[in-house]
Design a protein around this ligand. Structure first.
Ligand code: ING
Length: 313
C-alpha cells in the first residue's frame, strides 16, 4: 500500500523592495501552473513569500513596517492563488507577514487544501536575530522587533491523505519543533526559509550555510520518521544574499530532490507517506522507546545550566 503525495517545492528567487504583490503572485502562479503540469498534489512556497525580507532593515514608523503585512487572507492580491488552487486541484502552503484585526503581528504560514480551503495556520515561534537597532551589522535581522512569538504550538492537520505539519525557517534549527509534530504522528513537515548567507554575530558559520540547512532538516526528518519539504526564498535581495538549497527529504533522512539555482525553481518529487511507517514502528517507536521522565530539563529550562564542580557521577 502506498500513499503518494507528489510535492512541488516552489523556491522563489529574490523579491526586491519595489516588487509589488501582484508581480510576486504572478511568479507564484507560474510555479503553481508548472506544478500542475507535473501533476503535483501540493506546492510549498517559502517563508514571507509575498515581500522582500524586510526584517533586514531598521524601521521606526509603524506605517512603513505594516506595509509589509497582510490584513486579510485571502486579500485582493492573493485571492488568485486560492482560486488557482481550486481550479488546478492543488493544495499549497506559503508564508506571509500577518497583521490581525486586533493589531498583532506574526510571521505566519498557511496550509490550503485542493479545494482552496484554509486547513491549517501556524505562527513562527523561534524568532531569530535581535529587537534593537544594531548599526554595527552589515544588515539587521529584526524578527524579534517586528513579530510576536506565535500564540499556538506546532499543529498537525489531516490533509492530502496524511498528517501534515508546518514550521517556519529558524524553527528548523531546533529539534523541539520536529518532535512536537513527531508526537502528533506527522508524516510531512512543510517549511519555508529566508536565510542570509552572512550571519554578522558568527561570520565563521557563513561557509557552512547550506550544510547546516541540510543537516537540521535531514536530522529532523529521520529522527521523527517524517518527510520534510524545505523551501527557500533566495538569491540577492537588496544587496543581501540568501541561500537556496530547497530540498525534499525522505523519512530515511535522504535528500531526494534539491534546487540547483538561486531563482524561481520548482523541485518535484513523489513522496510515499507510507515510507514513514518503518521508522515510526521500529527505531523511532516513541511509545516503546522514549523516556519522558528523564527529559525534564527540555521543558523546565530556557537556558543551559552548567554543573557545579564535583565529580562526573
Ligand atoms: N532566518 C535565519 C534561519 O534561521 C539565520 C536566521 C540567519 C540563522 C543566518 C543562521 C544564519 O535560517 C530566519 N528567517 O529565521
Amino acid at each position: 500500500m502506498s500513499r503518494i503525495v507528489t510535492v512541488g517545492a516552489a523556491q522563489m528567487g529574490p523579491i526586491q523592495r519595489a516588487d509589488s504583490r501582484p508581480q510576486v503572485v504572478r511568479r507564484m502562479l507560474e510555479l503553481m501552473r508548472e506544478a500542475a503540469a507535473h501533476r503535483c498534489d501540493l506546492v510549498v512556497f517559502p517563508e514571507l513569500t509575498l515581500t522582500t525580507f524586510f526584517p533586514r532593515w531598521w524601521m521606526e514608523d509603524q506605517v512603513d513596517i505594516d506595509a509589509f503585512f497582510e490584513r486579510s487572507m485571502p486579500s485582493n492580491d492573493t485571492a488568485p492563488l486560492f482560486e488557482a488552487a481550486a481550479r488546478l486541484g492543488i493544495g499549497f502552503s506559503f508564508g506571509y507577514a500577518e497583521l490581525t484585526p486586533e493589531g498583532r503581528h506574526f510571521n505566519t504560514a498557511l496550509l490550503v487544501d485542493k479545494t482552496g480551503r484554509q486547513v491549517g495556520k501556524y505562527r513562527k515561534i523561534h524568532l531569530p536575530g535581535h529587537a534593537r537597532h544594531e548599526p554595527w551589522r552589515a544588515f539587521q535581522h529584526l524578527e524579534k522587533r517586528y513579530f510576536e512569538v506565535g500564540d499556538r504550538s506546532w499543529g498537525v492537520w489531516p490533509a492530502l491523505g496524511g498528517h501534515i505539519g508546518m514550521m517556519i525557517c529558524n524553527d528548523r534549527r531546533w529539534p523541539e519543533s520536529y518532535r512536537m509534530m513527531g508526537l502528533q504522528s506527522v508524516e510531512m513537515i512543510l517549511l519555508g526559509y529566508n536565510t542570509p548567507r552572512h550571519n554578522p554575530p558568527a561570520p565563521d558559520h557563513d561557509r557552512l550555510g547550506e550544510f547546516h540547512n541540510q543537516l537540521v532538516m535531514q536530522a529532523g526528518a529521520y529522527q521523527n520518521g517524517t518527510w520534510v519539504v524545505g523551501v527557500a526564498k533566495c538569491g540577492v535581495e537588496e544587496g543581501c544574499e540568501m541561500i537556496g538549497g530547497s530540498s525534499i527529504i525522505a523519512p530515511t533522512g535522504e535528500v531526494i530532490g534539491q534546487a540547483l539555482t538561486q531563482g524561481d525553481e520548482l523541485v518535484v518529487a513523489r513522496c510515499d507517506l507510507d515510507l514513514t511507517k518503518s521508522y515510526k514502528e521500529s527505531i523511532f517507536n516513541f511509545a516503546m522507546h522514549r523516556q519522558p521522565e528523564h527529559y525534564g530539563r527540555i521543558v523546565g529550562q530556557r537556558g543551559a545550566v552548567a554543573p557545579e564542580g564535583g565529580s562526573a557521577d
